[in-house]
Design a protein around this ligand. Structure first.
Ligand code: FES
Length: 94
């Protein structure tokens, strides 16, 4: 059975909200969100447009391709949901 991780998503904005969904290790965080009906801004789905960028406060993730984010951005928790795969439970601010 494939590992799944719990993603806790806090959406900021005029009406902040919190939701949770599960992400398999073989899918991207964006794929998992959309599969479970969670709205997440995106366009290219290939790590090129940055529209899916979000910031993780807890947890680990991995990339199959190098993200177009600086080392500084990555050290601050920024991730690209369309190419990032969860490796632990995560708390993400969108
Ligand atoms: S959707 Fe374009 S970088 Fe993620």
């Amino acid at each position: 059975m494939e590992n799944e991780h719990r993603i806790r998503l806090t959406k900021s904005g005029t009406v902040p909200s919190v939701c949770e969904f599960l992400a398999r290790e073989s899918e991207t965080i964006l794929q998992a969100a959309l599969r479970q009906g969670v709205k997440w801004p995106h366009r290219c789905r290939a790590g090129a447009c940055l529209s899916c960028a979000a910031r993780a406060f807890e947890g680990e993730w991995a990339y199959q391709v190098e993200p177009m984010l600086s080392q500084h951005e990555q050290s601050q928790g920024w991730l690209l949901a369309c190419i990032a795969q969860a490796r632990s439970d995560l708390h993400i601010l969108l």
